[in-house]
Design a protein around this ligand. Structure first.
Ligand code: A3P
Length: 266
């Protein structure tokens, strides 16, 4: 055994994991998986393969920080930046304070999409698990539709305010999820800048896959996301679209001001 150990490099034989230096905190259905997959192209990044749900789950949280560290990916070669993503963190009331107290230096990444598309995506995911389910238009025509979670999440400003009680704006990087689909390398360039790592991820790492509804994939084996990502969306009526446009216009406006960003769809 000692021969095997001495003949391999130390990085190959360690089983060490690190607490994350950056966390993708959300938003659910905005491209969180794609973002993490694309980031893992970078040789410095060790990305968790599953959602950890440490800060938002009472059961996991009471297991403590050592448990959390053990859930992180094993650090290989020169990987010095560990990242996890749990999209539910963004809307969870307890999470901002918990992260602040346990990881006060951590960098936060938030990916966003047009909330109307996000709501449809959320709806499609729920529908895929229920055989008989109302149409999206039917949901929006119901009296209390604004209380329906797929609709509520899209008013991003409500949740951002909670995070800003603990973290300064400079500690949160906003990714345009619409642009991540069109020009992933551009969004990745901004993220790499924010993380203070080399600009390694480039346009030539990607191709657009017509079998995957034109979504970008990485030029590597299993470089596309699985079948649960990039699902077909139903058409929605003009009336539904108008209702949602009106509903989200104030939220979007306030979010834009608070986050100091200017995404084209906001
Ligand atoms: P749909 O499946 O509804 O189209 P998340 O990973 O946060 O759950 O987000 C899922 C969404 O990411 C998908 O929703 C899809 O629109 C979007 N997405 C962004 N880039 C993608 C990519 N390269 N491949 C597949 N889906 C991608």
């Amino acid at each position: 055994i000692s021969t095997i150990i001495s003949s391999s490099s130390s990085s190959e034989i360690t089983n060490s994991t690190n607490l994350p230096q950056a966390i993708i905190i959300g938003v659910k259905k905005c491209g969180t998986r794609a973002l993490l997959k694309f980031l893992s192209i970078h040789p410095a990044i060790a990305a968790s393969s599953t959602e950890i749900h440490f800060f938002d789950s009472p059961k996991n949280f009471q297991l403590g920080l050592d448990w959390y560290r053990n859930q992180m990916p094993i650090v290989k070669n020169n990987q010095y930046l560990t990242i996890e993503k749990t999209p539910h963190y963004f809307i969870d009331r307890q999470t901002p304070a918990r992260i602040f107290h346990l990881l006060p230096e951590v960098k936060l990444i938030l990916i966003l999409r047009d909330p109307i598309i996000r709501a449809i995506s959320d709806y499609v995911q729920i529908k895929s698990r229920h055989e008989f389910y109302p149409t999206f238009d039917e949901f929006i025509s119901m009296k209390n539709f604004t209380r329906w979670t797929p609709i509520k999440i899209g008013c991003y400003v409500i949740y951002l305010r909670r995070w800003l009680k603990y973290f300064p704006l400079e500690r949160i990087h906003f990714v345009d999820g619409e642009n991540l689909i069109q020009r992933p390398w551009q969004e990745l360039e901004y993220v790499q800048q924010f993380l203070n790592i080399s600009n390694h991820i480039q346009q030539e790492h990607f191709y657009f896959n017509s079998n995957k509804r034109g979504f970008p994939c990485v030029k590597q084996p299993n470089g596309c996301l699985g079948t649960s990502k990039g699902r077909q969306h139903p058409l929605i009526s003009e009336k539904t679209r108008e209702i949602l446009k009106n509903l989200y216009s104030t939220c979007n406006q306030q979010f834009k001001q608070l986050a100091q960003i200017n995404f084209s769809w906001l």
